[in-house]
Structure formats: C-alpha cells, structure tokens
Design a protein around this ligand. Structure first.
Ligand code: ZN
Ligand code: ZN
Length: 343
C-alpha cells in the first residue's frame, strides 16, 4: 500500500510502498477514505524540537482520518465489516485512575496514532477497537476526517455555558474558526474573533463570527466598545498559543468571566495574576477530546445543522501530498484534506 512516512530523523516526508498493517488482538483494520492535515503533521514534517522528542522514525503519520472497517482482529465481535468509522487518535492505558474514572483523555500514558504508532496517511491503518467511533450515515467522509479538531473546538467552546454571552476567541486558525460556528450554534450573543491574518479572519466570518478584530491594526478596547460589549468578555477561548494574546484576553475579561485554554504556549508565560484573582476568573485547560462524549456531541451538532463545510478550503489526492503540505505551511487555508481512494 501507499503511505506517507516520516522515514528518517530529519526534515521531510516521503510517500512509499509499505506492507498492509497486520490487524492485532482487539484491533480493526480500516481502509482509509479521507485524511486531514493537522498542525502536528507540520511539526513532524519540519522535524522541529517537539517532533524530535515525540517520535522515533520510521512512522506513518496522520491522525485525523475517516475510513471503512475491512478486517476485525481477534477478540473484536461487536463491529460489522463495512462500517464507516473515525478514530480517536489518543491511545490510552486503560488501567490508570483517569482511564478508569471516565477521563481517558487525561491518561498520562497516552500515545498518539500517527506520532508514536503508525497512522492514517496510508491506504490502510490498524487501530485499537476501543479508539473507533462508528459514524452515522449523515456525515460524509471528508467532514468525518475533521471530527478530531472539531472535537477540540467543541471541547473548548462548550466548557462553559454560552447562551446569550459575549465570547472572544483568540486565534482564527481552523480550530478557532470551528469554535466560532459552535459558539453561535450554542446561543452566544456575540462571537468576536481575534487574529492578525486577514485570510483567517475572513474564514472566521464565513464560520459565523459576529465581529472580527485584526489586533495588529485595531485597538481591542475601542472595538469591544463599538460592538456593545459593555462589561467585558463573558467567555474567552484562547486558541492562539500567543503569550501576548493571553495577557490581553485576561485583561478584557469581565469580573466572574470564564476562560478556556487550548493554544499551547512556546514557553513559560507571565500573566497579571491580579486579573485572575481580583476578577475571580475561572480558567480551564483543555487537552484533546472527552472520549467519546465529545465525539457524540459533535456528530449530533452536525446532525442538528452545524455547518463546518467552509473550513475545508482545499482538497487533494493523497499522491499530491507535497502540494497539500505546501498550502498548509503557507497558512492561507483552513483544513486541507487528502483523498485516499486511489483506485
Ligand atoms: Zn490533529
Ligand atoms: Zn490511563
């Protein structure tokens, strides 16, 4: 089969012929349909400091994918061949306190499909049965391939009650833009999205933002006043990983406001703790998706009319992956998907 591989401990990726994976005990084999490229895949392509410590090549990459079950490993009896499915990319230990308490996403022994074991940028992938989420017919393969980041967006945005609230989303990348659509769907009054890139702010508007602010050019205080946000921000979603963006967000929160943090900061960040303490802010860190609560939540949101289709801006054949990665690296895009139906 064809697969996109991090071949050696150096920059770059190759597409090459690999053996079809053997489907192990309690695993299923999927024929891959659609894969979307994640920021994580760009780190792996670049072979940056994070990638170097995270993986040991050779590894087939890709963790955001949809497929069809074509083989069942020993011990799997509850799934039908031909089922359409997506995959939670975090494989967890199943034995620690977090796993046993229904919070698998917080397992400290997590390893990643497409990072620490072979992933889905391939014609076939073997995955643990317990990581499989069976798709309803209503969700097409290319949308299914973005359920993982859509889950990150939902996990973040729906951490707090949004009904009638004024929300600020810092960072209009694909997850920030998908969180925009979710916040509108969940009943927010205003969804204000901040970024410094015009392309991405336009994308946030397409995803339903009521206002966008280019924070490199506009003054946020003035903008909030003009938008009618009198008392400060009710709920802040930090999705940029930019230290200055976090400080600005905290300073504009209303007393009693709530903040969810998904963006990963490049280093330790000093903040004005007075903003947190004296305003009694509630801050929640977000990692991954609640397994599988978030997956049910996003499929039901899609079935009830949540439209995330504008976020898929580019679609390529898997064989053109170099071109697809180039688009991703350049950044003038939303989600970029690869079609693995090669024949
Ligand atoms: Zn991802
Ligand atoms: Zn565990």
């Amino acid at each position: 089969m064809k697969a996109i591989v991090k071949k050696r401990a150096e920059k770059g990726l190759v597409c090459e012929d690999c053996p079809i994976p053997i489907c192990g005990h309690l695993e299923v084999l999927l024929k891959v349909k659609q894969v979307s490229i994640c920021g994580t895949d760009l780190h792996i392509d670049n072979w940056d400091a994070w990638a170097k410590q995270a993986m040991k090549p050779p590894t087939i990459i890709g963790h955001e994918f949809s497929g069809e079950v074509v083989e069942l490993g020993k011990g799997v009896t509850d799934i039908e061949i031909g089922s359409r499915a997506v995959v939670e990319g975090h494989v967890t230990c199943g034995a620690c306190e977090q796993c046993l308490s229904g919070t698998r996403h917080l397992c400290p022994q997590t390893y990643g499909i497409g990072v620490q074991r072979d992933g889905g940028m391939a014609e076939y992938v073997a995955v643990p049965r317990e990581n499989l989420f069976i798709l309803p017919d209503s969700i097409p393969d290319h949308v299914a391939a973005i359920l993982d980041p859509l889950g990150n967006a939902a996990h973040t945005a729906l951490s707090f009650d949004l009904v009638g609230k004024d929300i600020v989303i810092s960072g209009a990348g694909p997850i920030g833009s998908m969180a925009t659509a979710i916040a509108r769907k969940a009943g927010a009054r205003k969804v204000i999205v901040l970024d410094i890139r015009k392309y991405r702010l336009d994308l946030a508007m397409k995803m339903g933002a009521t206002h966008v602010v280019n924070v490199a050019e506009e003054n946020l205080d003035e903008c909030l006043k003009n938008f009618g946000v009198q008392n400060g921000i009710d709920v802040g979603l930090e999705m940029s990983g930019n230290p200055e963006a976090l400080r600005s967000l905290l300073s504009h929160m209303r007393p009693g406001g709530e903040v969810a943090l998904l963006g990963i900061f490049p280093h330790d960040v000093a903040i004005n703790w007075g903003d947190v303490i004296f305003k009694g802010l509630k801050i929640k860190g977000i990692y991954g998706r609640e397994i599988f609560r978030t997956w049910f939540q996003v499929t039901r949101l899609l079935e009830s009319g949540l439209d995330v289709s504008p976020i898929i801006t580019h679609q390529f054949s898997a064989l053109d992956f170099q071109e697809a990665f180039k688009v991703m690296h350049e950044g003038a895009c939303g989600k970029v998907t690869l079609n693995w139906d090669l024949v």
